[in-house]
Ligand binder design. Structure first.
Ligand code: ASP
Length: 325
């Protein structure tokens, strides 16, 4: 018995020592549950760069495990070794998938350590380049004249674009044919090619397409117009007739449940440093996103915020009567 206790103490001390040394020169992987080249991927890659210095120079690599509206990637991290070397960066889907999916292969409340929020990101309602509608009003008239025929893309059931699309259809009191993808990158590719008609997606991806005039920008989803130069002339959905229409999404960082406390502290400290990195802030601002400066960068506040988002979006999603298996 004595020997067993000694061994346990030794093992604990070893884990403690390892945790204190974290990351100890070993690379860290951030799982992005959407396709490469999309908005979540963009944020993750920029954050990975900003995290490098406060994580003692280790490389932070991105693993795009896309599909099923982020739930495949989320499940991967929930089941990953809880040593701090596998993290998850995801968005509002953390709060919407528990309502949308009848069954999830993980528990969003108990299978993760919440590390802190990263940013708030507005969305844009955009159309394929071939559309004749010149503004939101004309887009609305065109949708009304073509019930069920308009194709609205999204990044999968439970994605931010899916959520925005649900809200849009509810507000417009119309139904469109929704086309799910494994992320915004493939959805945008099809929008550019004219295979889908509309998409509501984060400015972190749509800004460059809008700037290059490759898509038709119909509205931003904030109550006030955005200040980002490329987006400042786009009217809000609210001023275009959808009173109160507002969808702002966010990204957060997570580790598997049970990751040692010193590792979590190191990761959270590194996140706080990264969020103050002028380069990172500049990149985010250029894409219409706002880096978190409030207390949601604290793990407990991050978790509290996500729970409040479940409460906020739950009834809206339930009212839409959309579920996924
Ligand atoms: N923007 C996507 C969404 O609508 C996800 C992505 O590809 O980053 O959720």
């Amino acid at each position: 018995m004595k020997k067993l206790l000694a061994l346990t103490a030794l093992a604990a001390a070893a884990t403690g020592a390892l945790a204190q040394d974290f990351p100890g020169g070993k690379p860290i992987t951030i799982v992005v549950p959407f396709a490469a080249g999309g908005p979540t991927d963009r944020v993750a890659r920029d954050l990975a760069e900003a995290l490098r210095k406060p994580l003692d120079g280790v490389s932070v690599v991105i693993d795009n495990t896309a599909g099923a509206g982020s739930t495949i990637g989320n499940a991967k991290v929930a089941r990953a070794k809880n040593d701090g070397y596998t993290l998850l960066l995801t968005h509002v889907g953390m709060a919407t998938t528990p309502v949308l999916y009848r069954k999830l292969p993980y528990n969003y409340e108990t299978d993760f350590e919440y590390l802190g929020m990263i940013n708030d990101v507005p969305m844009t309602i955009i159309g394929k380049p071939q559309l004749e509608a010149k503004n939101f009003k004309e887009m609305r008239e065109w949708i009304n004249k073509n019930p069920g025929k308009v194709n609205l893309g999204n990044a999968g059931i439970g994605s931010a674009s899916h959520l925005c699309g649900l809200l849009l259809q509810t507000e417009l009191k119309t139904e469109m044919t929704t086309v799910p993808y494994k992320g915004t990158a493939p959805a945008i590719a099809d929008l550019l090619g004219g295979q889908i008609d509309l998409l509501c997606d984060q400015t972190t991806n749509t800004t460059s397409q809008i700037e290059a005039k490759k898509v038709k920008p119909y509205a931003v989803t904030t109550l006030k117009r955005l200040t980002t130069p490329a987006l400042k002339d786009i009217p809000t959905a609210d001023e275009s007739g959808l009173k109160g229409f507002q969808v702002t999404i966010w990204h957060g960082l997570y580790a598997p449940k049970g990751t040692p406390a010193p590792v979590l502290k190191k990761l959270n400290d590194a996140l706080k440093v990264a969020l103050k990195d002028p380069e990172f802030i500049k990149k985010e601002e250029g894409l219409g996103a706002v880096v978190v400066t409030d207390n949601r960068v604290e793990p407990a506040e991050h978790k509290k915020f996500v729970m409040s988002e479940v409460a906020r979006f739950g009834p809206v999603i339930k009212a839409a009567g959309v579920y996924a298996d």
